[in-house]
Design a protein around this ligand. Structure first.
Ligand SMILES: C[S@@+](CC[C@H](N)C(=O)[O-])C[C@H]1O[C@@H](n2cnc3c(N)ncnc32)[C@H](O)[C@@H]1O
Length: 220
């Protein structure tokens, strides 16, 4: 089932180029519906939760959560995306190098508790920011190269605090018709990747095919 996409590779430079060219159709201007409708389940009665956003882009969900009193740490390779996040949300920010990660920078919101690391996700670890109480994975597991999924799952699992809730958004479609990203991540693989460390529950399934998906091509 995965075969058509198994060998697909999108280089980091290709992602950076997308931001450079403003080919970021994956970005949504509104808080993601699945996050909104499942936030109580994610919080599980907790306040001031530390959220991790792998491959964060400029997701407005980060501001929404910070406005609710949570803190956010994101990782994103594109500096353009990070700067746009703060600028488009009218937030001032500082930037500094990260001594533990050569070449990496961290951008910190001045008013909100949001820290965005500009680096390759695979260079990030719990030694940088500790463990997280929640992870929102939208456009991340489905965006990484399929061959890296085990490595990705090991990293994500290593970032989880004991009470962590990991909200994951995947997509199902016929991989013969579209080569990704986003890549197909079948439910069985979610169980293989995370089943030994997490109790997995399917919260919601919906038909999310839109006109944009029907016209999927290189303009993702
Ligand atoms: C499909 S987008 C999703 C962005 C965001 N999560 C959202 O929902 O809008 C994937 C993002 O991951 C970034 N990215 C891809 N591979 C990465 C890596 N290995 N490390 C850090 N960022 C990466 C890309 O620049 C891009 O912004």
């Amino acid at each position: 089932m995965l075969a058509p996409q198994a060998g697909r590779v999108v280089a980091l430079g290709d992602w950076e180029q997308r931001w450079q060219d403003d080919r970021v159709g994956f970005h949504q201007p509104h808080v993601h519906k699945l996050l909104e409708s499942n936030i109580d389940k994610v919080l599980n009665g907790r306040s001031g939760v530390r959220f991790f956003f792998p491959l964060c882009g400029k997701a407005v969900d980060m501001k929404w959560l910070a406005d609710l009193g949570h803190s956010v740490v994101g990782v994103e390779i594109s500096e353009i995306a990070i700067r746009q996040f703060f600028e488009e949300n009218n937030m001032t920010y500082s930037e500094e190098p990260v001594p533990a990660m050569s070449g990496a920078k961290v951008f910190k919101g001045s008013e909100k508790n949001i820290s965005l690391y500009q680096c390759d996700l695979y260079n990030f670890s719990s030694s940088i920011e500790g463990h997280f109480g929640a992870i929102w994975d939208r456009g991340s597991l489905v965006a990484i190269n399929p061959r890296d999924r085990e490595k990705y799952a090991a990293l994500i699992t290593s970032l989880m605090a004991k009470d962590c809730r990991y909200l994951l958004n995947t997509l199902l479609y016929n991989p013969e018709l579209y080569d990704g990203p986003p890549f197909l991540v079948p439910d069985e693989q979610v169980h293989t990747l995370f089943g030994s460390s997490c109790d997995i529950e399917c919260l919601q399934s919906l038909d999310s095919l839109t006109d944009r998906h029907r016209g999927w091509d290189s303009t993702l």
